[in-house]
Ligand binder design. Sequence first.
Ligand code: ATP
Ligand code: MG
Length: 285
Amino acid sequence: MLLTDELFERGINQKEICSVIDDNYVLLHKTMPCSDEELTEYINNMKKAKKNGIDLSCITDYKLQSGATHTFGKIAYTKGVFIEERAKGITHDGNTDTYLRPNKEYNYEEVARKYLYDLTSYIEKLEYFALGTQEMYDKFVSDYVNFSKYNIVIDPKPTNFFFDKDIGFTIIDPIPKHNGYKDDIEYFPSYIAGAVFGYGCPYVSAEKSRRFITMDLLIRLNNATMNIVNKLTTALRKNNLNEEDIQKGIQRFTGRIGYNTEVIDINDLSDCIKYLHTNEQEKSL
Ligand SMILES: Nc1ncnc2c1ncn2[C@@H]1O[C@H](COP(=O)(O)OP(=O)(O)OP(=O)(O)O)[C@@H](O)[C@H]1O
Ligand SMILES: [Mg+2]
């Protein structure tokens, strides 16, 4: 798809980085970590990776914002409007923990409702990831391992991965490979697990953190996690990643499931949150 003047105008004026054009394309207004000259090569490298089978969303057309190029240290940045293939499926949002500030008043019923919504959404997301086949997980890990062959590097933030149960994983938003870059392969298992587990299952966080959860949700969380861990571990081993790195990478997420977790009755949720918040305040007075 090509960038018309009309789409360029729309891109320049959009508030968010990304807006949807249709089922297959998005419009991005963003900064790229490369000079104008490097940009052509960067886009060609993305296309080459995709042609060789890597599941990656490519830029199809763009126009730079005049005067937007600048350098910061050794790295150049440029800004413009880009059309990119739309990655299908779900991704992780940022951290969804509930933070309660000391000495601030809250409507605990409302806090409880929002927390329960975030907790349930997170578990539903993992259940969706668990629908992926072993082949999809194998392909994702092999794409990850082969990626930097194309002179582009994955930015491992969980928001840069999408998953669709019929398509599998898609990578977006890679970084051009700069001189001297070496894959930090020992962290790959951790990054790959992070793409699936995101920022982790939500907590309520005051001075201390607690994951309040019902038995029903805890069982669902454990089942989805175990299902994913089995497929991920198999995929990481098939791609010859180091066993100790695999264990460490997976453990970062599974090791915390039971940590500070309290199984509660759903009707007690707002009282539990209130107690966590106010009890600590009393102590600090
Ligand atoms: N090709 C795409 N298909 C679907 N969604 C996209 C695509 N590109 C960007 N997005 C959405 O817009 C968000 C921001 O885009 P992008 O990752 O390119 O910028 P960013 O500056 O790295 O932001 P972020 O910190 O959210 O990753 C993504 O996290 C994603 O939700
Ligand atoms: Mg991104």
